[in-house]
Design a protein around this ligand. Structure first.
Ligand SMILES: Nc1ncnc2c1ncn2[C@@H]1O[C@H](COP(=O)(O)OP(=O)(O)O)[C@@H](O)[C@H]1O
Ligand SMILES: [Mg+2]
Length: 327
């Protein structure tokens, strides 16, 4: 990833008739960067992606690629390419025909077309599938082809709208690893959309955490995980306990909760349950602030028994002011 800004969105607003949409969006994406728009359904992720791709007209603001404004251009004139969650391939065309279509429109000669298609099939590990129709392939295979077809058009910015959300967990994480690998190898600039925080954490150079049409925080996965700027981000990324006090909220991750035998200091409580989750266990503790969750290593988990009195201390926590509007 370089320092050059590939995509810039300046003060962009796009509202639908009912006033839903996105407001005052500002974003700079570097060349070769994979940036993820992360937020719950309805927060405006697709709206932003479609304004970049040219399928929606923004009300105000501008969008620049390589410092040139593109907001006045129709989708086919923009140096972008978009892949959606579903229905990307033309069902009546084979894989090969699907991939050849855009290249034909661009008048790429047949032999060169063939070379590029075969190279791209190799990249997405789909060599040998040329003659298949979309309905003869799994969802994951179809999305591989959809991404490959987009890449053939050599977009300056690749837009991916929840491309893996319809796939099962195992295929999804495999696809995300493969995408990340060739995205880095080919230095492609990507705006990726997901509502899945785990996917965002695994894939991204930076994450934009969205809420109701605006940005709450932009940062690396480690930034947003370790230093969430407000209660909303704290609650959206990873597991978090919230302890409500009179004037503030304390947020503490389960891995930062220590459980001590007896009730000498800290927050007092009683062990509720222990659940083994693989290489660690989740221990829940009843306290006067509600249930607090702690992650402990497996060898320590069976030393606590339901009903036992314990006290808790925190190795790290965040404090949010109740007056903070985003809290
Ligand atoms: N064509 C439309 N007309 C009216 N409202 C829309 C339209 N498309 C989306 N919205 C609304 O705009 C908001 C953002 O939608 P969207 O960008 O699709 O969110 P996301 O992709 O994050 O789920 C939602 O409240 C949605 O209901
Ligand atoms: Mg969407």
């Amino acid at each position: 990833m370089g320092e050059k800004i590939k995509l810039e969105i300046r003060n962009m607003t796009k509202l639908y008739k009912n006033n839903d949409g996105v407001r005052n969006i500002n974003l700079k994406v570097k060349e070769g960067e994979l940036i993820t728009l992360l937020g719950p359904s309805g927060c405006g992720k697709t709206t932003i992606l479609r304004t970049i791709g040219g399928f929606l007209k923004c009300d105000s603001g501008s969008i620049l690629i390589d410092r040139k404004p593109i907001e006045h251009l129709p989708p086919e004139k923009r140096p972008t390419s978009i892949v959606f969650q579903n229905y990307n391939l033309w069902p009546h065309m084979t894989v090969y025909e699907n991939m050849a279509f855009g290249l034909k429109l661009r008048k790429i000669p047949k032999a060169e077309r063939h070379r590029q298609i075969m190279e791209m099939l190799d990249l997405v590990k789909m060599t040998g599938m040329e003659k298949k129709y979309p309905n003869q392939m799994s969802g994951g295979q179809q999305q591989r082809i959809a991404i490959a077809r987009s890449l053939l058009l050599k977009p300056e910015v690749l837009l991916l709208d929840e491309p893996f959300s319809a796939l099962d967990a195992k295929i999804r994480s495999q696809m995300r690893e493969e995408l990340r690998k060739f995205q880095i190898d080919l230095n492609i600039t990507v705006v990726f959309v997901t509502h899945d925080q785990e996917e965002a954490m695994a894939l991204s150079d930076r994450i934009v955490v969205m809420n109701k049409g605006t940005f709450e925080q932009i940062g690396t996965p480690a930034d947003v995980y370790n230093n969430p700027v407000n209660k909303y981000v704290a609650g959206f990324i990873g597991d978090m306990n919230f302890i409500e006090l009179a004037d503030k909220t304390i947020a503490v991750r389960p891995e930062n909760v220590l459980i001590h035998r007896g009730t000498r200091g800290g927050i007092k409580g009683k062990i509720r349950a222990t659940m083994v989750l693989g290489h660690y266990s989740e221990v829940t503790v009843d306290t006067k602030h509600g249930i607090i969750k702690a992650f402990v290593s497996c060898e320590n988990s069976n030393i606590f028994h339901p009903g036992e009195s314990v006290s808790l201390s925190f190795t790290k926590f965040h404090e949010y002011d109740k007056k903070d509007l985003a809290s």
